[in-house]
Design a protein. Structure first.
Lengths: 305, 308
């Protein structure tokens, strides 16, 4: 049984199609949910939480239907919303304890879990101060703590690094990574920042305009692809022609030439071609496929195929 | 991972104390516990507990002012006894008349504290955190409503208890006095419960329509003033003009109709000379219960539509 499943999931807001026939299966791990703003990430999370009802199709979390078994899901799911959600006039301890009780934890357990979770997210002596005076980084930590306090099996994080400075961002990502690996909690991170996803996740779901673009382990996207990029100051078109004449598959990409590396002999072919044409060579490097390529029209892999 | 930042507890210094993440294996309670927890937090919030000192000022000052006259009567019980024994007509405050005399302080309490309970969560977007836990929208609204009703009930009962003690102290035989006074005092419990239910449903519902405390408070004041004044004015005009259809408009007022309804428990009826209507106390009770139901339904509808 997959952790999260969706089939034919569709959500329309009037004319706006937020999700369109989405099929996906999520296995335990740290899952990145990438997409531009408005791609349908938050909508998908809210459907999984049961606070939105899909227009058609169905989704399930741990085998529980998001529409019919909402209560069961909510006991095992933690949610960190995208926007501010903290009242300013109470302290973090008081607030997180209250949220733990609302999640069903008895009084003493709620207090103990709160202390533990706040320590995990790195909130110490300031946890008794009113949250109105917290920095964005501290607020994000409290938001994560309230999602973790009832020890969920699945954590849904909506843009967890929103508004953080670079160091706060690193700390938050580190925290997410630890939550997923050390705590054994499946984390779904929705983000529009590919770099972050690349850093912490081991599985990636890319959605765009309500459609699933791709779903695969992150290593699939970041593998070295057998493509050589050659940068020359001029004469890129001549080089492409010369390489093609020698049987290599080459393509021009601006001032660069991309060649599929089919055998080690290619390096010699390229060297000879550049030397023959007496082109000013700037650099040669093997292209590493990156997540950005998902959202680009001309991916380097296309040359190789 | 060796940076000294507080997050990386795997750093050498932190590892001594770090017990690692422990999973929670204990019991998980359901919606009744969630509602009870929200009720308790909300009741405390209505009195400013768990909030900064400034949040306690309004509820405690208003509650103090509301109880003050009863406390005076208690403090001067012995003086009053002497006056009464010397034959002078001393008008004592009774359980029945107390709310009618000082109701405006109770309204102020509603205006100050009802927005506190419902506007905060809307203003700071806390609602999604509740609605993604074991608490439905209906349960959330009902728990908040119950807590305000309980807070109001406490507010209303304090002076009644003071009056009760004062009345006992005025009698020479304490045990006999308790026996005499109790039947007179007991109707105050259901009467105040009805008043608390009516006012809490009204004020929480009106407050829930804005996320800003100030707007909610103004809306509530405006509603109470208009709903009190307009039917009174029309029925006064009607009384002078010998219209009959205006006679029972008092049923539409929020406060007067609650006073009329609470009289039912004391076996009395609003003075028809003062209030033009010919409604019986039974009718006022029905009207009060209906208003509780209607306002509660509006509240639930409001929470059904609020985005999470």
């Amino acid at each position: 049984m997959a952790l999260i499943e969706a089939s034919g999931l569709t959500k329309h807001y009037g004319q706006v199609k937020a999700l369109e026939k989405l099929d996906l299966t999520i296995e335990p791990g740290i899952i990145g949910l990438v997409g531009a703003n408005g791609a349908g990430k938050s909508t998908l999370l809210k459907i999984l939480l049961g606070i939105l009802t899909p227009t058609s199709g169905r989704a399930s979390v741990l085998g529980m239907d998001t529409v019919r078994e909402t209560r069961g899901i909510r006991q095992v799911v933690g949610y960190m919303p995208e926007h501010d959600c903290l009242p300013p006039d109470v302290g973090a301890t008081e607030f997180v304890t209250h949220m733990a009780r609302i999640s069903g934890l008895p009084r003493t357990a709620a207090r103990e879990r709160t202390a533990e979770v706040l320590r995990h997210v790195g909130l110490y002596e300031e946890r008794y101060r009113q949250m109105g005076g917290y920095s964005t980084g501290m607020k994000q930590r409290v938001k994560l703590a309230q999602a973790l306090v009832h020890d969920p099996k699945v954590l849904l994080l909506d843009e967890p690094t929103n508004g953080l400075d670079p160091s706060g961002r690193e700390e938050m990502l580190d925290l997410i990574k630890r939550t997923g690996t050390e705590f054994g909690i499946t984390v779904v991170v929705a983000s529009h920042l590919l770099g972050e996803i690349e850093q912490v996740c081991n599985y990636l779901l890319a959605i765009d305009a309500g459609h699933l673009l791709s779903a695969a382990p992150i290593s699939h996207f970041t593998q070295r692809t057998p493509v050589l990029a050659i940068e020359v100051e001029e004469g890129a078109d001549q080089l492409v022609a010369a390489l093609a004449a020698k049987g290599a598959r080459a393509r021009q990409d601006g001032s660069r030439v991309l060649v599929a590396i089919e055998s080690d002999a290619l390096y010699d072919v390229v060297r000879d071609a550049v030397a023959d044409l007496a082109l000013p060579l700037v650099r040669m490097q093997q292209e590493r496929g990156r997540l950005e390529d998902l959202f680009r029209d001309t991916a380097p892999e296309q040359v190789a195929r | 991972m060796n940076s000294p930042s507080p997050v990386t507890v795997s750093s050498p210094a932190g590892s001594i104390y770090d017990l690692g993440y422990r999973h929670y294996e204990g019991p998980r309670r359901g919606r009744v516990w969630a509602m009870w927890s929200l009720f308790v937090e909300s009741f405390r919030g209505a009195w400013g507990f768990g909030r900064p000192m400034s949040a306690k000022a309004a509820p405690f000052i208003l509650a103090g002012l509301y109880a003050l006259p009863a406390l005076f009567q208690l403090a001067f019980a012995s003086v009053i006894v002497q006056e009464m024994s010397s034959g002078s007509e001393t008008q004592l405050m009774t359980y029945r008349s107390y709310f009618g005399m000082f109701y405006f302080l109770v309204i102020f309490f509603c205006v100050a504290q009802a927005p506190e309970l419902v506007c905060r969560d809307q203003r700071y977007h806390v609602l999604p955190l509740y609605f993604t836990r074991s608490l439905s929208r209906v349960e959330y609204a009902l728990a908040r409503l119950a807590s305000l009703a309980a807070a109001l009930f406490l507010l209303l009962m304090v002076p009644c208890v003071a009056l009760f003690i004062g009345d006992i102290l005025m009698k020479p035989d304490t045990f006999k006095a308790i026996g005499d006074e109790l039947p007179k005092a007991l109707p105050a419990l259901p009467a105040n419960a009805l008043i608390a239910a009516g006012l809490s449903a009204l004020s929480l519902t009106v407050s829930s329509f804005s996320s800003r405390r100030a707007y909610s408070a103004i809306a509530l004041v405006a509603y109470v003033l208009l709903a009190e004044a307009v039917p009174s004015a029309i029925s006064a005009i009607g009384h002078n003009s010998d219209w009959t259809w205006t006679d029972n408009l008092f049923a539409l007022t929020p406060v007067t109709s609650l006073i009329g309804a609470s009289d039912w428990f004391f076996g009395q009826v609003l003075d028809p000379r003062e209030f033009a209507g010919s409604l019986t106390a039974d009718a006022y009770v029905v009207v009060a219960l209906m208003s509780v139901v209607i306002f509660t339904l509006i509240l639930l509808l409001r929470y059904r539509r609020l985005p999470a």
